[in-house]
Design a protein around this ligand. Structure first.
Ligand SMILES: NC(=O)c1ccc[n+]([C@@H]2O[C@H](COP(=O)([O-])OP(=O)(O)OC[C@H]3O[C@@H](n4cnc5c(N)ncnc54)[C@H](O)[C@@H]3O)[C@@H](O)[C@H]2O)c1
Length: 344
């Protein structure tokens, strides 16, 4: 009797065919995995990072992260994302900074379900983390969003925010690269059906914005707390845009998982705690706010920063959503791990 073990391989094009760009679906997957995070129904070890120097070299030389997890509940799936970040790729190769592979595993027998492109999944889930956070932490009548950075992540950040906060009417965008700013604004306006204006400075983009997103490869801080409008929700998904001494002024500091933030040791929420500007107890996990264990926004005028490190459970839940669609629709290439195991 054959003891064949088979899995599917999904290229980036397959992932897109299987609904990989459906932000509503991604938001649901990320909401679910945040809830399971809050209930403790996950296993998520701290992520090992390969880097060729101190934390600051991630923005210059690059890094490779390994992100494994198991998610319980009705999902009951394990997986891992392997994600290199090579900052010179866009300039040197005309290729994206990040590329990823995801492995999904059946936790009951340990066999692979899928090996797939993780680049789309990763960008979509990072956008959706901001989207879910905005749903809980932004003022629901927010009209203007300002985004710094016009790279890959900024696309999914905006896709998620307009889905999660439908009152958004105008988006302002600024990138150091003017040409990229203009092109990004035109493309996103067409895609989102919301006005997207190219702006010429970070300050002008941030001032008067109800929602601010910092999503750059900046190697230095430039965000000034005084530029932020009262009631702002600020999602900082990159690492160096806001200085630790500015972070202490926010009314609420929220992350996805502070243990992971601490372990990585780069995010500004960690550096603010390490420098003694903020107590560790003042940094909340979003899932605790979602489940009502901790208080999120207290007043309409509160300025709130969300600074996620990025969790493997989000990659795995989103990858599993795409995988299930692909299986249903017969998308992907079947591959064998073995026809019969060589050794028993
Ligand atoms: N927290 C998370 O879960 C998570 C997940 C994925 C990516 N990220 C981070 O998001 C960031 C953006 O990633 P990406 O894939 O979009 O990168 P990218 O290279 O595609 O785009 C980065 C953009 O930032 C611009 N930029 C650099 N410095 C700037 C500055 N000072 N002001 C304005 N613009 C500036 C660049 O010109 C570039 O267009 C990276 O730091 C990455 O590590 C975080």
């Amino acid at each position: 009797m054959s003891k064949k073990v088979e899995f599917i391989y999904l290229s980036q094009e397959d992932c897109i065919k299987a609904g990989g760009l459906d932000m509503k679906g991604t938001l649901e997957a990320i909401q679910k995995s945040f809830e399971l995070h809050g209930k403790g129904d996950i296993v998520q070890p701290s992520k090992p990072v390969i880097r060729w120097g101190g934390p600051e070299t991630e923005e210059t030389r690059g890094r490779i992260m390994t992100m494994p997890s198991y998610i319980g509940g009705e999902l009951d799936v394990a997986g891992m994302k392997w994600i290199p970040s090579m900052p010179e790729n866009p300039k040197k190769l005309g290729q994206p900074r990040a590329s990823a592979i995801i492995i999904l595993t059946d936790p009951n027998n340990g066999f692979p379900l899928a090996i797939m492109d993780g680049t789309i999944v990763s960008a979509m889930r990072t956008g959706a983390a901001t989207g879910v956070a905005a749903k809980y932490l932004a003022n629901p009548d927010s009209k203007v969003a300002g985004i710094i950075g016009a790279g890959v992540q900024s696309r999914t950040q905006l896709m998620a925010v307009v889905n999660a906060v439908p009152s958004i009417e105008t988006i302002k965008v600024y990138d150091l690269n003017r040409e990229k700013t203009i092109q990004f604004a035109a493309e996103m306006q067409k895609e989102l059906g919301v006005e997207v204006k190219p702006i010429t400075s970070a300050e002008e983009t941030i001032r008067d914005s109800d929602i601010v997103i910092t999503s750059t490869m900046s190697t230095y801080p430039y965000v000034k707390y005084e530029w932020l409008k009262e009631g702002v929700f600020h999602s900082e998904i990159s690492f160096w845009d806001t200085a630790p001494e500015e972070v202490r002024h926010y009314d609420r500091i929220v992350v996805d998982d502070f243990e992971h933030v601490k372990h990585h040791g780069v995010d500004v929420s960690y550096r603010a705690v390490a420098a003694g500007y903020v107590e560790e107890s003042e940094v909340y996990n979003l899932s605790d706010i979602m489940l009502g264990k901790l208080e999120g926004r207290k007043n309409k005028t509160d300025k709130i920063i969300f600074n996620p490190i990025g969790m493997s459970i989000h990659d795995v839940s989103e990858a599993y959503r795409v995988y299930k669609n692909a299986k249903e629709q017969g998308i992907g290439q079947k591959l064998n791990l073995w026809e019969n195991p060589h050794w028993m």
